[in-house]
Design a protein around this ligand. Structure first.
Ligand code: NDP
Length: 520
């Protein structure tokens, strides 16, 4: 068993800060595809987190003083580092998630490499001083500036499904903005974050600017008590607790939470494409993606053909322990309790009359696997249609028409992503606009996540705030409005002493400026 140790800037072992004397007292990290323990990491308590915060705050001004160019240089080196070390990073991701080589390569390596470059290049544009123009007569001739400055110390708390993309990915814009960051990865998947932090040190990031606080939920809670802003990705249940804790401290919280993404297949859709997308985007990462296709609504005339196509494709998928590129399509269930949720949703559906057209069972160990599963004859009395399953299951429901599909798609507390398939792209777009979700793809799915120029965030119980786009980096800053008066007189017209003549003149001025419209 390997023990992962993290050196603190003062050279001490991070475990000392939590009173941990040997690896067995920490958190064991399991490979979900084999059941083997691959490492043990420290379970940091509030004191260790407070120490980290003090270190992070001490170094932050130096990092901010690097300026955009200096910070971008480090991030661009990190972009190259990710590609140079891709095999090592993929191996680490696979070892703690049990996902396939391809799921780690496509959805994690390519995301991180792109993100390092994107924020290095676009970050300065999103954060540069903005010269503001105003129609307000009182500020005529003055210089108006909107300025963004880093908040200081950002806490990032991440889930287990994408240890690089979702946990680590949110650190990148926070760092580019000039903040120090403490990342609390999921206790289930801490190794990727530790490796990436090592990579950033190699790339010249000063010690203490990015630190990894390994631990359980309590470590996350302790982190919220120390930081100036919290970026959280995880379940809606925990996200609510995070929001409460942030509100008590009056710090901003950005929340990326659960989803139950619907796909709508209209009768004029390219059914082969729709079936391929339904199969891939429900089973990719073994369905453990916040924006997985979790439920499908198909218009009656094409329902049978669509179901036949999807069932055939899903039955052909290979599930099991990933043995490198091309070995299996569907990997392990990463988080042990998730298996119970998946089995419960399938059993609940079958009890209420659903039929299983593919899969339906947990595989025997070693490792934790669930067969890629297709369910039909489903409805909204079933958990598989209303609660987040987060597994390799695809329930498909027949609907009369597009209106019924939209009504059912919106019949959810969640509102993360959605997709609509139709050859009539104008109609597809019109339907996408009726969906109560943070993102909607027409003739595609999930692809919006790769567009870092577009905001990615949830509506309803799927979150508050967003990542990516201008807002994805500005949220790590406070805004400062600066007004500079250049042609300065001794006093302004409206100042003391008040005079009737001046008041009348101002009344006339306001009338000219604002009083010319009609009241019809
Ligand atoms: P959880 O909410 O269980 O955990 C998320 C993180 O919060 C973990 O690091 C966890 O630590 C930590 N945590 C637990 N309790 C607290 C607390 N009281 N205070 C602070 N932090 C705490 O989510 P999962 O890890 O199970 O992730 C799966 C969920 O994430 C799904 O619902 C999925 O939809 C969502 N998700 C959303 C995304 C989005 O962009 N909207 C993207 C990816 C996932 P520990 O693990 O140690 O308990």
């Amino acid at each position: 068993m390997a023990t992962v140790e993290q050196q603190l800037p003062d050279g001490s072992d991070i475990r000392q800060h939590n009173g941990i004397v040997n690896g067995s007292d920490g958190i064991p990290v399991e490979n979900p595809a084999t059941g083997e323990i691959v490492a043990t990491v420290p379970d940091l308590g509030p004191e260790a987190v407070a120490d980290m915060a003090a270190r992070a705050r001490a170094i932050q001004p130096e990092w901010e003083a690097y300026g955009f160019a200096g910070r971008a240089r480090v991030l661009l080196r990190a972009q190259k580092w990710v590609i140079d070390n891709a095999d090592r990073v993929i191996e680490t991701i696979v070892s703690e998630t049990g996902k396939t080589y391809e799921d780690a390569q496509l959805a994690e390596i390519s995301y991180a490499a792109n993100a390092f470059g994107f924020w290095a290049k676009e970050g300065p544009k999103y954060l540069e001083d903005e010269a503001v123009k105003s129609g307000q007569v009182l500020v005529k001739g003055k210089k108006l500036i909107l300025r963004y400055r880093p908040l200081g110390l950002i806490g990032v708390i991440g889930p287990w499904n994408y240890p690089l993309t979702n946990s680590f990915g949110d650190c990148i814009p926070a760092l580019m903005a000039g903040n120090s960051v403490i990342l609390k990865p999921s206790e289930v998947t801490p190794l990727t974050s530790l490796l990436l932090a090592e990579g950033l040190r190699e790339c010249g990031m000063p010690e203490g600017v990015l630190q990894i606080a390994t631990g359980r939920g309590g470590t996350g809670a302790a982190l919220i008590e120390q930081v100036d802003m919290i970026m959280f990705t995880g379940s809606t249940r925990t996200g609510t607790k995070v929001a409460e804790a942030a509100a008590r401290r009056l710090i901003p919280a950005s929340l990326e939470l659960g989803g139950k993404d619907p796909m709508i297949v209209l009768s004029d859709a390219d059914l082969e494409r729709a079936a391929n997308f339904a199969t891939y985007y429900s089973m990719q990462n073994a369905g453990q993606t916040c924006i997985s296709i979790e439920r499908v609504y198909v218009e009656e005339p094409v329902y049978d053909e669509f179901v036949a196509k999807v069932s055939e494709k899903v039955r052909a998928l290979r599930v099991g322990k990933p043995e490198g590129p091309g070995s299996v399509e569907v990997g392990a269930i990463t988080f042990p309790p998730q298996m119970q949720t998946i089995k419960d949703h399938v059993a609940d559906a079958v009890d209420k009359g659903a039929r299983v057209l593919a899969g339906g069972q947990e595989l025997a160990g070693p490792g934790r696997f669930f067969e890629p599963t297709v369910l039909v004859d489903v409805d909204h009395t079933m958990k598989c249609m209303t609660e987040e399953t987060f597994g390799p299951t695809l329930p498909i429901m027949k609907v009369r028409d597009a209106d019924e599909a939209v009504r059912l798609a919106n019949d959810s507390p969640y509102g993360l992503g959605a997709s609509v398939f139709s050859r009539d792209t104008a109609r597809g777009e019109a339907i996408a606009r009726r969906l109560e979700t943070g993102a909607a793809n027409v003739n595609d799915a999930m692809i919006n996540y790769t567009v870092l120029e577009l905001p990615m965030g949830g509506a309803k119980a799927s979150g508050l705030g967003s990542r990516h786009g201008a807002g994805g980096i500005r949220k790590y800053c406070s805004q400062q409005a600066i007004v500079v008066t250049r042609l300065a007189m001794k006093k302004e017209l409206f100042m003391y002493p008040y005079k009737s003549r001046t008041s009348k003149m101002l009344a006339g001025l306001f009338k000219v400026m604002y009083g010319r419209g009609k009241r019809d």
